[in-house]
Design a protein around this ligand. Structure first.
Ligand code: ZN
Length: 441
């Protein structure tokens, strides 16, 4: 039996990690992504420089649970010219200007008809909203309300040079095998165009973690999915029904780059180990964080937690989808995402993985009375710890609750001590022959 130092190393230099992730987000920012198309392929290709992944292509029309793989969307250009011939909206200035999945159009129309295809935000007149028409064939433009409200009557020329045709749905998958049968799923959606927090933040954190952990020895396999929202998780679930049974824990990463405190949305089960791990870590973290219950709305956790799968997948965010003004607007830009926040988010995910990887159960081999700690050198070990009181209490709690039924996370919660203190105590006790690991059934 080996001892258990964590196999999930923390970030060595969080500031440098944050800068690197932010620079990668800046590189990906201009790409026009959607649920299909070359924007997704280009994004996955660039992420692969950090985290070499398998690129999966699912042909248009393939049956996927109750859905089918959609047509592939290609966008080359889009603009609106006013009655004087001046371009007032230009896709080349911002890819948010064209509603995602817009069908091709080239027409001259009166302002009243054009208005039916425009989207703007009166409360934020300088921001461009983000809109899509994924499942109804239509076209639209998004623009600053200040521009829209200045439009004069007359005939406007509209052009959307797009193709919506048979092709494929693309996603990325990266597996870091562990020694045991269980898996942790880490996913991020790749379908949004020039929006930074939602969800370049999740993509760069996931890719960074994949690189950080690629040479570590773990029991749990780590499976990273870089998928278009909704249809991507449905596609993966449809194509991997056997792999699904190996998923022990999962995290959807979204909006993890802004400066707000953490928000964690629990899995449908509500008390899965991942739910308890995140709650424990947020409780022991300066600044804490907010826990919200599962609801069947949001990101890909909706699909993973559908009743036929019911996978224990939670969603880690900072600002929560739909609840902050910048959400789905041009104000969700590279300034809204902070290098320090990206690094903190990556650090928290590593802490979660540490708990899940090391949340084991032990048997106290000397359960009658307390064993003598001094004789076994444990007092000198306590003396070398930063928090001596916590180290001593951790030893006593691990000895007392290691009856084969309590996991280390159970013990950390009951002792109200940070998980690493409990993990370290268990490692010391195991090394000195006082604990034996209980193999999972
Ligand atoms: Zn979104």
């Amino acid at each position: 039996m080996t001892t258990m130092p964590t196999s999930i190393p923390p970030l060595q230099d969080p500031a440098a990690a944050g800068r690197e992730m932010h620079a990668l987000a800046a590189d990906l920012f201009p790409i026009c992504r959607s649920i299909t198309g070359n924007g997704v392929r280009e994004t996955l290709k660039r992420l692969s420089a950090l985290a070499p992944m398998s690129i999966r292509e699912v042909p248009t029309g393939a049956p996927l649970l109750d859905w089918t793989a959609p047509k592939e969307w290609t966008i080359r250009d889009a603009w609106i010219k006013d009655p004087s011939g001046r371009k007032i909206v230009d896709f080349r200035a911002s890819n948010l200007h064209v509603a995602g999945y817009s069908i091709p159009v080239r027409r001259k129309i009166p302002l009243a008809e054009l208005q039916q295809h425009l989207h703007s935000l009166p409360d934020h007149p300088d921001w461009i909203p983000y809109r899509t028409n994924y499942y109804g064939e239509d076209w639209g433009f998004c623009l600053a309300h200040r521009v829209r409200s200045a439009l004069a009557d007359g005939t406007y020329e509209v052009c959307i040079d797009s193709t919506l045709d048979a092709g494929s749905l693309t996603y990325g998958e990266l597996v870091l095998p562990g020694a045991g049968p269980g898996e942790i799923l880490v996913t991020a959606h790749v379908c949004h165009p020039s929006l930074a927090d939602d969800n370049l933040s999740g993509l760069v954190v996931a890719a960074f973690l994949a690189r950080h952990l690629k040479d570590t020895e773990r029991r749990l396999t780590l499976r990273f999915l870089f998928i278009p929202g909704t249809i991507g998780s449905i596609a993966w679930l449809a194509l991997n029904e056997t792999a699904v049974s190996r998923v022990r824990h999962g995290l959807v990463l979204a909006c993890v780059g802004d400066a707000a405190p953490f928000t964690y949305k629990r899995s449908r089960r509500g008390d899965a180990p991942v739910d308890r791990a995140v709650a424990h870590l947020l409780k022991h973290r300066p600044g804490g964080g907010r826990l919200v219950d599962f609801s069947p709305y949001g990101y890909d956790e909706r699909q993973f937690n559908s009743p036929g799968f019911n996978l224990p997948v939670g969603c880690l965010m900072r600002s929560m989808y739909g609840t902050f003004p910048e959400y789905h607007t041009s104000a969700d830009n590279l300034d809204f995402v902070k290098p320090t926040s990206l690094a903190e988010s990556a650090g928290l995910v590593l802490d979660v993985l540490d708990v899940l990887e090391n949340n084991r159960r032990f048997l106290n081999l000397n359960p009658k009375g307390e064993p003598q700690l001094g004789r076994r050198g444990l007092y000198s070990w306590i003396g070398g710890q930063n928090d001596k009181a916590a180290a001593q209490m951790a030893l006593l709690w691990v000895l007392n609750l290691s009856d084969g039924r309590h996991s280390l996370l159970d013990i950390a919660e009951r002792a109200d001590l940070p998980f690493p203190a409990i993990r370290n105590a268990a490692a010391q006790l195991q090394e000195r022959g006082l604990l034996n690991e209980v193999e999972e059934a």
